[in-house]
Design a binder for this molecule. Structure first.
Ligand code: GLC
Length: 434
C-alpha cells in the first residue's frame, strides 16, 4: 500500500495526477564516457580511474532554461534531474564532498535547474541515487564496480554503512533545505536480496523510514517514489508498459512509468535504438488510459546539450500535444466505457477521447454510446463527425451498411486520416454520464 498521507499532503500531490507527463533528465560525468550511466560498474572501473571524468566534464552547453522550455513545449508539467547518480558525482554545491560540479566546474547545476523550472512554471523534481560507487564507506555488493576484486567478498571494516547513511541523509537534507520547494523526489534504488555471495541493500541499510520522515518534515507537500524499499506515494514501473491500471493489494495506486527514448538513461552516443515518435505518443496515451503518469527521459550529451534525436522526439510529441493535450492533461481511465478494436480511451469530465491506433475506412462503431453523446469531432481540427444509430435488425446489403448491436453509436469518418501521430476523436457526453 502507498504510505499514509494527510488530507493536506493528498491535496499537495494532486498536481501530479493532473499533469500526467514529465521529463526525466540524466546528466553527469558518465555523459563524458557517452556509453550509458552504468559505465563505471559495467567496465569495472576503479574510483581513481573513473574520477578523471570529473576533470573532463564540461557542461558548457547545459542550459537548464532551454531544457525547461523544451519540456513545457512538449506538454510536460514537471521535470526531474539527476542530482547524483550511482557513480557518486554530485551536480550541486554539497558541503559533504568536493566530488561536485561546483567544486570542479564552478556550477551548481541543481540551482540552475530549480530556477529554470520555476521560471517556466514547471513542478520541480529531483532524482537522487541511494547507491554511491565513489563513496569510501559504501560497502561492496553485486552492483559495485569492484565486485570482482579478489578481496571483494572479504570483510571491509573500513566501509561502514552507518557512515554512508550519515552522508546519504546529510546530502538529501542539503537538497531539501537549500533549493526551495521540491515537488517530487525520485530515489533510486533498493535491491534487498542476496546475489553472487553478496547481500543487497534495502530499507535498513538506507535508514529509509527516518529518511522518508525527514523528507516529509522538510518538505511537507513532497511526493516520494517507492524505491526506498518502503511504501512511497507512487509506484514506478520502469521500461515496460503496465497492462492495466496498477494496483497494490487489489486497490488502484498512483503510478508513473519511467521510459527512455533509446533504452539508455544517460547519454549513449552510438545507441540508435530510438523509439518511433508515434510509439512514444501511443505510450503516453496508453499510460493515461490506465490512470498513470509517463516520465520520459533525455540524456544530454557530454557538454549538456539536448541531442538532435531527443529534441526531435520532444518536438514531435509537443506538436501532437499542442492539438491533443485535452485528452491527456487532467484525463484518466474511461472506466465503464468499451473501446472499439484498435482504439484507446481516456476521459476528462464530460469528454470521452477515442485515440485511433489505425484509421478505419468510413465508420467507427462505438458500443453502448447511442443516445449518450451530444457531439463528436476530430480533436486536431475540431471538425464535426456525423453520428448515427443504425437499426439493430437491419441486414447489411450491397451498398447499405446494415445494422449494429443495440446501443451502438456510429460515427462517419473522412477517408483521409488526420495528419497526427495518433488521431483523436472527442465525444461530448450527455450530463447523465458525468
Ligand atoms: C534504473 C537504472 C538507473 C536509472 C533509473 C531510472 O534504476 O539503474 O540507471 O537512473 O533506472 O529510473
Amino acid at each position: 500500500m502507498p504510505r499514509p498521507v494527510t488530507p493536506e499532503q493528498a491535496a499537495a500531490h494532486a498536481w501530479f495526477d493532473h499533469d500526467r507527463f514529465g521529463l526525466f533528465v540524466h546528466y553527469g560525468i558518465y555523459s563524458v564516457a557517452a556509453r550509458h550511466e552504468w559505465v563505471m560498474t559495467r567496465e569495472r572501473r576503479t574510483v581513481e580511474d573513473y574520477e578523471k571524468y570529473a576533470e573532463f566534464f564540461d557542461p558548457d552547453l547545459f542550459d537548464a532554461r532551454e531544457i525547461a522550455r523544451a519540456a513545457k513545449s512538449a506538454g510536460m508539467g514537471y521535470a526531474v534531474l539527476t542530482t547524483k547518480h550511482h557513480d557518486g558525482f554530485c551536480l550541486w554545491d554539497s558541503a559533504l564532498t568536493d566530488y561536485t560540479s561546483q567544486a570542479h566546474q564552478g556550477r551548481d547545476l541543481v540551482r540552475e535547474w530549480v530556477d529554470a523550472l520555476r521560471a517556466e512554471g514547471l513542478r520541480v523534481g529531483l532524482y537522487h541515487s541511494l547507491i554511491d560507487w565513489h563513496h569510501p564507506d559504501f560497502p561492496y555488493d553485486f552492483h559495485h564496480p569492484r565486485r570482482d576484486d579478489p578481496d571483494a567478498h572479504d570483510p571491509h571494516p573500513e566501509r561502514t554503512m552507518e557512515e554512508y547513511r550519515r552522508y546519504l541523509h546529510g546530502q538529501v537534507r542539503e537538497l531539501l533545505t537549500g533549493y526551495g520547494t521540491i515537488d517530487y523526489l525520485f530515489f533510486d534504488f533498493s535491491y534487498p536480496w542476496k546475489l553472487e555471495g553478496f547481500t543487497g541493500k534495502g530499507h535498513d541499510d538506507w535508514g529509509s523510514v527516518e529518511l522518508l520522515d525527514m523528507c516529509t518534515r522538510l518538505q511537507p507537500g513532497i511526493l516520494v517514489n517507492d524505491r526506498l524499499d518502503i511504501p512511497g506515494d507512487l509506484v514506478t514501473p520502469e521500461q515496460y508498459q503496465p497492462s492495466a491500471p496498477m494496483t497494490l493489494a487489489g486497490r488502484r495506486v498512483r503510478w508513473e512509468a519511467c521510459q527512455t527514448l533509446n533504452g539508455s538513461w544517460g547519454y549513449d552516443r552510438d545507441n540508435t535504438d530510438y523509439k518511433s515518435h508515434d510509439m512514444l505518443v501511443r505510450m503516453l496515451v496508453d499510460t493515461v488510459s490506465k490512470d498513470g503518469n509517463l516520465i520520459l527521459n533525455i540524456g544530454p550529451d557530454a557538454r549538456g546539450a539536448i541531442t538532435a534525436a531527443d529534441r526531435d522526439a520532444l518536438d514531435a510529441i509537443g506538436e501532437w500535444m499542442r492539438l491533443h493535450r485535452a485528452s491527456i492533461i487532467g484525463a484518466g481511465a474511461a472506466d465503464g466505457f468499451t473501446a472499439p478494436a484498435g482504439t484507446v480511451l481516456t476521459r476528462r469530465a464530460d469528454r470521452l477521447y477515442v485515440h485511433l491506433l489505425h484509421w478505419p475506412f468510413g465508420h467507427l462503431h462505438l458500443p453502448d454510446l447511442a443516445g449518450r453523446v451530444r457531439f463528436a469531432r476530430l480533436l486536431n481540427d475540431g471538425s464535426e463527425l456525423p453520428m448515427s444509430v443504425l437499426p439493430p435488425d437491419k441486414e447489411a446489403l450491397s451498398t447499405d451498411l446494415g445494422g449494429q448491436p443495440e446501443g451502438t453509436l456510429t460515427l462517419t469518418l473522412p477517408v483521409r486520416r488526420p495528419d497526427a501521430l495518433v488521431p483523436v476523436i472527442e465525444l461530448y457526453l450527455d450530463d447523465a454520464d458525468e
